[in-house]
Design a binder for this molecule. Structure first.
Ligand SMILES: [Zn+2]
Ligand SMILES: [Zn+2]
Ligand SMILES: [Zn+2]
Length: 89
């Protein structure tokens, strides 16, 4: 159903930028990460699926926060986990 695919992304009126450019969970366990993503519900920044610990998708699953934004400089896109939907902004 196309009309619901972007419902989570459309609900975002102002994109939350990363507070810090690091994955809090990886810092705790001293793990490396590849790219960073910022949760658009609570603003936490965590690592992408190319990273060994995949904290961003883990966070989305456990806290049911559907949408992340790329926290990489120069990247302007949102991703909705439950709908697997990408959108640039
Ligand atoms: Zn969605
Ligand atoms: Zn991480
Ligand atoms: Zn969150």
């Amino acid at each position: 159903m196309a009309e619901v695919t972007y419902s989570h992304i459309d609900a975002i009126t102002a994109v939350k930028p990363p507070q810090r450019r690091e994955c809090d969970e990886c810092v705790k366990i001293r793990a490396p990460w590849v790219h960073l993503r910022t949760c658009q519900k609570c603003g936490v920044t965590s690592c992408c699926d190319d990273s060994p610990n995949r904290h961003a998708s883990q966070h989305a699953r456990t806290s049911k926060h559907p949408v992340i934004a790329s926290a990489e400089p120069g990247e302007r896109w949102l991703y909705c986990y439950p709908h697997e939907a990408f959108a640039e902004y």
